[in-house]
Design a protein around this ligand. Sequence first.
Ligand code: MLT
Length: 390
Amino acid sequence: MKVNHHALELEQNYLFSEVAKRIRTFCAANPTRELLKLSIGDVTRPLAKVITDEMKAAAEEMSHAETFHGYGAEQGEPFLREAIAGYYQKRGITVDAADVFVSDGAKCDLGNLCDLFDADNTILLPNPVYPVYYDTSIMSGRRVIFAAGSKGNGFLPMPDDSVHADIIYLCSPNNPTGAVYSREQLREWVAYAQKNGALILFDAAYEAYIRDPALPHSIFEIDGAETCAIEINSLSKTAGFTGVRCGWTVVPRTLQYEASLHDMWFRRMATKYNGNSYIIQRAAAKVFTEEGLAAVHKDIDYYMENARIIKAALTKAGIHSVGGENAPYVWMQCPDHADSWDYFDHLLHACGIAGTPGVGFGTAGQGWLRFSSFGTRETVTKAAEYLSAL
Ligand code: MLT
């Protein structure tokens, strides 16, 4: 038996596992200290009642022979795929329900999509970015190159015509920096992909947090994206589904490559996945109703107020930060050019605040730290008191 040697090229721990390990060590050594957790982007608001009521109704159906459901449709239940297409339609974006694939979340889809591509592909990643893109590309033996984000370009790197890439991951709003590409910038990425015969994997998991009406929520707002982009999204952050699990991927039949990625993804999902549970899909469809969207937007407003509080505290302390305006992450520059992990340890031990070291998202994140605004108001307010006095 031979193991996948590419998997051994990864850091020993996934970023958030390493952060969790350091937090556990801190808590064990300081049992009386309060932990102010602004690290992993995990929601803290309970699910909206309108959504849990729908889950209960769906669970009740499962207990009667006449309304019981066994295996579901491979691509996801049509009622949910229609609801997702309708969500795009509300913004004037055309997505065909037939191109929507329901799944148990964006992270899983991002990893699973690697099944569709030859190992001989060059992957272009913004740096810094969600570590799953890098880790899954390395695990599957692909070459990875980077487009560097910086304070200078607002952490929104743009394509370089002298560099060839086959697969480009974009995350907008960006995790970890909170930066959001404009429509004009996304047009440039689509033009680059078309010129290079490349594919864009567009992660829109944080689109519901965009406040500025001028900013795009989907790659499919850009003409031509339907020939060169796949979009991945999730209800984890939009509707508090981190513990419920439901996401989707749009794989247009209009993509132009040597084979239909839509058909390949259908085949892959039919073979390796049995679909999300009926109960969860019913709850997910409820999110896209008028009452569902009104309820989830209240929670999104709550988290965005947290982001505002964190940002205001940093500003008061004279610390530079970006993000937090159209995304639930605030990206702060560590004072005195401190190293990301050193500053993470310092904040944890001095104030009991856990952030996420920026360098964990890529080398260009060195010297930065990310705060998640998904904590409770109490945690965020206490953390803000410490931060404003840094
Ligand atoms: C994060 O903190 O970046 C996210 O919660 C991780 C994830 O969504 O998998």
